[in-house]
Design a protein around this ligand. Structure first.
Ligand code: MG
Length: 380
């Protein structure tokens, strides 16, 4: 029996992780979870899972919940979150938090020598080098849940890393893929949140529309698979049927295909490298008919190019880019800025900080705060 901790249990990846665990009750038991403010969803989940420890954002919520559930320990805030990440009875953690807030718990889980199934891409974007050092030091490996990286992991099986020529990360292009930059001037939040293929949380859906998300995934792939940025390409693929590909030295390209259902990569990470039956929508490849592939246009998606550049620089730059993105997306979702202003704010933030190559965890926490202040100072 594997004992599982799920960080961000009420989100899209969190609830699907619970579903995967419930599909294999002889194999998985959810013993620890964290959630933010969606207490109603948490209470629904507590009808089907019976964790020993639960972290919520606010102390007042922890207090009220503890009155109703005698056999669960409730903790709260960042300290509580780190407690769940390193919870002694858990063997594996699923980090499904969104944003920079997911970084510290990943460090905590590595130091506690947990198996790590990582959906929080910001951990590797912001602190990839430090995370890799820490994993080496504690003998911990990270299995990705992000569908593209799960696909790459599956395509790498059975071959030697030295034989890999390049990684091909597929991109749907997001909600506005058929719009010109001129047409992007007046798009609304509601249109942005309507992703053509995937049903995901609000932040990542906006990140898909700007393709900041794909840029993050390039950086994530660099760290997970130890690949040069020159050997990681993005391929526009509007059907989202091929989740990503690996090209080998002999010219063979191996792809992983499937329906856009995150439960497959979640289960693959939890059971890696085994495969078991998963109840999901049947996927009939003959119904797809045609698949399309195109080179991405950096002029159309400047944040993808920015991510390559900031990733290559490394140091404090990916952290600044990520923090500026989180705040800019928040402002857009709160109707404070237009869609195209997201790009401007992120580019300006990256330009306005001095480059620092060697950074510590404390440095990153400071840069994260300063970059957020910069964006809010401009448009808050
Ligand atoms: Mg992805």
């Amino acid at each position: 029996m594997k004992k599982v901790a799920i960080l961000g249990v009420t989100g899209s990846i969190g609830t699907q992780s619970v579903d995967v665990c419930l599909q294999h009750p002889d194999e998985f038991e959810v013993v620890a979870v964290s959630c933010g403010h969606r207490i109603n969803i948490l209470m629904d989940l507590l009808k089907v899972i019976h964790p020993e420890i639960v972290c919520v954002s606010e102390g007042v919520d922890a207090y009220h919940l503890s009155q109703n559930y005698n056999d669960i320990k409730f903790v709260f805030g960042e300290e509580g979150l780190l407690q769940v990440a390193a919870y002694e009875n858990a063997d594996v953690i699923v980090n499904a938090l969104v944003g920079f807030v997911g970084m510290k718990p990943t460090f905590e889980a590595i130091r506690a020598k947990k198996e790590i199934c990582l959906a929080n891409k910001e951990t590797l974007v912001v602190a990839g080098d430090l995370i890799r050092e820490e994993c080496k030091k504690y003998g911990v490996s990270i299995v990705p849940i992000d569908s593209e990286h799960s696909a790459i992991l599956q395509c790498l099986r059975g071959n030697k890393p030295a034989q890999v020529k390049r990684l091909l990360i597929t991109a749907s292009g997001g909600s506005f893929r058929d719009k010109t930059r001129e047409e992007l001037k007046n798009v609304t939040k509601e249109e942005a949140l309507n992703h053509p293929n995937w049903s995901m949380g609000a932040k990542i859906t906006i990140d898909s529309a700007t393709m900041m998300n794909k840029g993050f995934e390039v950086i994530e792939a660099h760290h997970l698979f130890n690949m040069d940025y020159d050997d990681i390409d993005v391929v526009m693929h509007r059907e989202s049927v091929i989740h990503s590909m690996v090209e080998y030295n002999d010219g063979a390209i191996i792809a992983q295909l499937g329906s856009p259902d995150m439960r497959l990569p979640i289960q693959y990470a939890l059971m890696y490298p085994r495969r078991e039956v998963l109840n999901e929508k049947p996927f009939d490849i003959t119904e797809i008919g045609t698949l399309h592939f195109e080179k991405p246009n950096f002029g159309r998606y400047p944040l993808l190019e920015l991510a390559y550049n900031m990733g290559r620089m490394g140091g404090n730059m990916p952290c600044i880019m990520n923090a500026a993105n989180e705040e800019a997306v928040r402002l857009f979702l709160n109707d404070k800025i237009s869609f195209l202003e997201i790009e401007t704010l992120i580019k300006d933030a990256c330009m306005s900080f001095e480059y620092k190559e060697k950074v510590t965890l404390e440095d990153l926490i400071n840069y994260d705060r300063k970059a957020r202040e910069y964006v809010l100072g401009r448009r808050g």
